[in-house]
Design a protein around this ligand. Structure first.
Ligand SMILES: Cc1cc2nc3c(=O)[nH]c(=O)nc-3n(C[C@H](O)[C@H](O)[C@H](O)COP(=O)(O)O)c2cc1C
Length: 158
């Protein structure tokens, strides 16, 4: 196989960009995720690829919930904040305030829309696991176009 072609073609798959909120007891965390897709209509379910060895996967495995925060095109910096290493004080959220609702996972006040999901299945897919979550809460906070991978110079995978 031509490795370069494989990488380029896999990177052509269109992705969104989200802040995925996770929790474990009183601890709250979030990361920038892109490998998200709907995978069932009835019941409404989404699937999310989460890398092995991350705090986020560990927390999802324990708490069996996650949130999906959709952010505005003008809020690219928020996505950056959640893929960079956390600051020395360990506070990944910085100045960003969030609420805890049905699932105890962070819902950013800056989100334009969000989903809350309960984990139904976690499937080992290689160096990531596919987490299948049922949507148990959904809200459009305001109608505004959301940031997608194609709006940025970033890639994940390939
Ligand atoms: C553009 C972009 C998209 C990403 N998408 C994903 C993703 O879909 N799944 C994933 O597990 N990590 C993804 N990441 C990496 C996580 O944001 C990053 O590894 C994060 O720190 C998670 O690790 P932690 O849970 O240990 O903090 C992405 C990174 C970037 C830059």
């Amino acid at each position: 196989m031509n490795e370069e072609a494989k990488k380029n073609i896999l990177r052509k798959i269109p992705y969104g960009l989200y802040v995925i909120g996770v929790c474990a007891g009183k601890a709250h965390h979030a990361f920038t995720g892109s490998w998200l897709s709907q995978c069932s209509m009835k019941p409404p379910r989404v699937m999310l690829g989460v890398r092995h060895g991350t705090h986020s996967l560990e927390m999802i495995e324990k708490a069996r919930v996650f949130s999906v925060n959709f952010v505005a095109k003008s809020d690219r910096k928020i996505l950056e904040q959640f893929f960079k290493a956390p600051p020395s004080d360990g506070n990944r959220f910085g100045d960003l305030s969030f609420q805890l609702k049905k699932t105890n996972t962070p819902i950013l006040d800056r989100s334009v829309a969000y989903l809350e999901c309960e984990v139904k299945e976690i499937v080992n897919a290689g160096d990531h696991s596919v987490v299948i979550g049922e949507v148990i809460e959904a809200e459009v906070v305001r109608e505004e176009p959301t940031l997608v991978m194609g709006d940025t110079p970033w890639h994940y995978g390939g």
